[in-house]
Design a protein around this ligand. Structure first.
Ligand code: HEM
Length: 146
């Protein structure tokens, strides 16, 4: 049984726990993220967005898991490495953009979103992203958010 948690409650309202709901949620996020800057759009140039959405759904569940537990889920280290200096070379500022776009999408699509919900989302994502940055060895940073 999953414990009741503002983030999971918000996810259920947003996605209705349906495939179409998840697709719409993460599709909306990616549109927003790619419109954020030409640099981001270029990074995703030629990438299969449907596959990307599926992968993000899986990794988001891993991120939320990191946010609520102390162990690192299987596959997370590889994901972090892929984004690190020897891979996509994602920078700290990109993680900030990612987070801001994600939170803006939650705010847009969760009909019952309040400050408690947003705080819980921010906290869960921050913990996950901090893990990812630490594991990926993004230059000079151990924490993205203070
Ligand atoms: C916590 C935040 C993030 C999560 C959970 C995440 C998750 C993922 C996942 C699951 C994949 C697919 C990996 C695979 O195909 O094996 C991926 C790929 C990718 N991510 Fe991220 N990502 C995050 C942040 C970012 C940021 C900040 C950027 C910067 C622009 C970024 C850019 C990309 C790109 C360009 C790919 C495509 C790689 C490819 O297929 O060639 N990601 N990400």
């Amino acid at each position: 049984m999953r414990p009741p948690h503002p983030v999971y409650e918000s996810l259920i309202r947003i996605t209705n726990e349906s495939h179409a709901g998840w697709r719409f949620f993460l599709g909306t996020f990616y549109s927003r993220f790619m419109n954020e800057s030409p640099e981001i759009r270029d990074m995703f140039d030629g990438i299969d967005i449907e596959r990307q959405i599926q992968m993000l759904q899986i990794s988001l569940q891993a991120i939320l898991h990191v946010g609520s537990q102390s162990d690192i889920p299987i596959g997370f280290e590889e994901l972090a490495e892929k984004h690190g200096p020897d891979g996509l070379n994602v920078q700290v500022r990109h993680f900030h953009m990612w987070m801001n776009c994600f939170l803006a999408t939650v705010e847009e699509l969760d009909p019952d979103c309040d400050s408690r919900t947003m705080k819980a989302w921010r906290h869960a994502l921050q913990t996950g992203i901090d893990y990812m940055v630490r594991l990926s060895g993004v230059a000079g940073e151990s924490r993205v958010f203070e």
